[in-house]
Design a protein around this ligand. Structure first.
Ligand SMILES: *Cc1c(COP(=O)(O)O)cnc(C)c1O
Length: 497
């Protein structure tokens, strides 16, 4: 006779705490530590490298038996927390990164504790995401009928936006037949300043790098509109199929805004899909003082932007809005028996959100956005945008007034590119010197600007999407650039021989 297992080996809830009171103490300690780290962030170095012995400690064998939560947390506390990237600090202005917020961190915890799957199955999280999308449309002047989706970030928003564009404008059933059956090869247009994520996108979508016509920019790093019209005409004459144009609301190098109205006019005439990459700059539309920068953005067919940059929502969170909701839905709706809508119950709406992008399981990232906007209000974010723009202007004025410093691009928004000058140094020597300054200022934990190269000149690049920055932090930056410029110049002279 067959025996049925008595089940004595079964440990239900084996991943739960064995002692909930002990767990509560540990969890409270974790929360206290989170708060402490945020509260004292200004007193810490902006960045410090992970010491060699700490790095080496990550090369350890797979634990077969657990050490317990307390010991696991200790490992984080000792070896991870002390070595952050630094983007919570008031003097972090590298690349484009938000600081996150204390409340946002708590919101993440609340969201992950609920652990819902935002595929679109019925739960309150769906309503939170719907509400957030409505608010974002209103904040950015996008029509209410538009469709939207929260995503990991601007790169994914660009990818999904252009995937919809291909299906909407390919002119044949590309969803079924694929791009290889295109009667005429598809091409799209963007300025040379367009973010590199768009290049990854055209690769992923199977268009290939060559399909992306990277057009020249003017002195202000904005798309050259005449070049755009010429390129479209030439491509049509060559038998290609121009289908989309990308406008930038805030380029990553210099914070330039393309003339989005002019681009939309050309796109209307030429029957192109307009995609706007507004990763950080879209939020210029939030404050009346800067709204005109993004004029025309609201005419885009698709708009990509980040919440984890200027909105300071914890990483990751971006968003895509698509004017033609039906085109968006069509591009990603695939029939699956296990996700067909039911008349009632959990599956009534099927995969409401999973039909708008490549992901099925989706995190509850909407909660941190919803709670942040509820708590702080849209006006506070407008004030943050305005403050950072004023700070970029303040820094620009200081640079303008100092003959040892040179601006390398016009400051149109929140990005300032400049370099330290030494009379008699040529561009090569200045490039070497300014590279040294950037690395020193980072390694000394003073500030984190990043770098770029503009017209062959190495630039110290400051992108202010930071609600903690004070004007004094920018004064300090320039003092330190001058000090390091003095101390690095000898090395460059010797190095240059
Ligand atoms: C940051 C950025 C992106 C990419 O966004 P991620 O959130 O990093 O994926 C795209 N375009 C611009 C202009 C950006 O600044």
């Amino acid at each position: 006779m067959q025996t049925i297992s008595s089940g004595t080996d079964v440990r239900p809830g084996m991943l739960d705490p064995s002692d909930w009171d002990e767990f509560r103490r540990l969890a409270h300690q974790m929360v206290d530590d989170v708060i402490q780290a945020q509260r004292e962030v200004r007193t810490q170095p902006v960045w410090r490298p992970v010491p060699d012995d700490v790095q080496a400690s990550f090369d350890s064998p797979l634990p077969r038996a657990g050490a317990g939560m307390q010991a696991a947390y200790e490992a984080f506390h000792q070896r991870v927390r002390p070595y952050p990237l630094g983007n919570t600090h008031p003097r972090f202005w590298g690349w484009v990164m938000g600081t996150g917020t204390p409340f946002g961190a708590m919101a993440e915890m609340a969201a992950t504790a609920m652990n819902p799957n935002l595929a679109g199955l019925r739960n309150a999280g769906v309503h939170v995401e719907e509400q957030v999308l409505e608010w974002l449309k209103e904040m950015l002047g996008f029509p209410r009928e538009a469709s939207g989706l929260l995503v990991s970030g601007g790169s994914m928003a660009n990818t999904i936006g252009l995937a919809v564009a291909i299906q909407a404008r390919a002119g044949f059933d590309v969803a079924r037949e694929g791009l290889s059956r295109a009667p005429r090869p598809l091409v799209l247009y963007a300025s040379s300043e367009t973010h590199y994520s768009v290049v990854k996108t055209v690769r992923m979508l199977g268009l290939g790098d060559d399909a992306l016509r990277r057009l020249p920019v003017d002195d202000e790093f904005k798309l050259d509109l005449a070049a755009l019209e010429r390129a479209i005409a030439a491509d049509r004459a060559a038998g290609l199929h121009p289908f989309a144009v990308i406008g930038n609301a805030g380029t990553v190098n210099t914070g330039a805004f393309d003339d989005l109205n002019a681009i939309a006019d050309i796109a209307d005439r030429e029957n192109l899909w307009t995609h706007v990459d507004g990763a950080f700059g879209a939020f210029a539309a939030l404050d009346p003082s800067s709204r005109s920068l993004a004029a025309g953005m609201e005419r885009a067919d698709s708009l990509a932007f980040d919440l984890h940059k200027w909105m300071c929502v914890p990483i990751e969170c971006g968003c895509l809005l698509v004017r033609d909701a039906e085109a968006h839905r069509r591009a990603f709706t695939v029939h699956a028996e296990y996700l067909t809508p039911m008349p009632r119950g959990v599956a009534r709406d099927g995969g409401r959100f999973s039909n708008l992008g490549p992901q099925l399981s989706r995190s509850f990232r909407a909660l941190k956005v919803w709670l942040s906007i509820l708590a702080h209000g849209a006006d506070t974010y407008a004030e943050l945008i305005r403050t950072n723009l004023q700070q970029a202007r303040y820094l620009t004025d200081l640079i303008d007034r100092d003959e040892r410093l040179e601006l390398l691009a016009p400051t149109e928004s929140n990005v300032v590119c400049f370099r330290y000058l030494v009379p008699g140094f040529d561009d090569d020597a200045l490039n070497a010197l300014n590279r040294g300054i950037v690395m020193e200022i980072q390694e000394q934990g003073i500030a984190v600007p990043s770098h770029t190269v503009l017209n062959g000149r190495f630039a110290i690049r400051v992108a202010i999407t930071n609600h903690r920055t004070e004007n004094g932090d920018l004064d300090l930056l320039l003092e330190e650039v001058r000090r390091l410029g003095e101390s690095c110049r000898a090395a460059v002279v010797m190095g240059a021989g």
